[in-house]
Design a binder for this molecule. Sequence first.
Ligand SMILES: [Zn+2]
Length: 224
Amino acid sequence: MTRSCGCLVREPRVDLSGQRFGRLLVLSRLIDVADGSLNARFECLCDCGTMAVVRSYDLVSHAARSCGCLRKETTRDRASTHGLSHLPEYHIWMDMRARCGRQTNKAYANYGGRGIRVSPEWNESFECFLRDVGRRPGPEYSLDRIDVNGNYSPGNVRWATKQTQANNTRANRRLTAFGRTKTLSEWARQYSIPVAALGYRINRRGMSLEAALVLLSSECDTAR
Ligand SMILES: [Zn+2]
């Protein structure tokens, strides 16, 4: 297999992959061919499920400790009055409303942009949402829509593990690379890449599956 046209830069500097900085888990180093290695950036997965590209300096200096959700939460907590904003479900509720309702949200295209809505009473009231959905059984669970084209509304939402959710949703679409066809989840498992990261590279960064799997393309380091 030819791995690159010759542009593949072997990275001599410190690799932070696998390290954790606050909520950020560093997945891989992005190689910027044009810029050499002076401006190292890393692809990170935040605990809230959002992908972020962070400069190494910001990681090492602890300036960046989340995708930005931590600051938002802190600000919101101060303003919040119902006293439940410390619950993890509150963060999940905020994220759900943001990806369906806020066009600037990174995931909007796959939710609000596809017509996925939050039921009005859930949208207005966290207490209502919590009453209907219940507490999350554990940190490995996330919010899952039973009908993936349906809304976030009573009866269509459950807590599911990432594996269940991955199998249930668009991760089930079949993709071809290196002459083989598998689901996104299967590709992610085989290459030990979080399925969220793989989906992000393909859907948000516009990488080919093959490039996303081996993360060699110089296009992977487009500016943010
Ligand atoms: Zn986050």
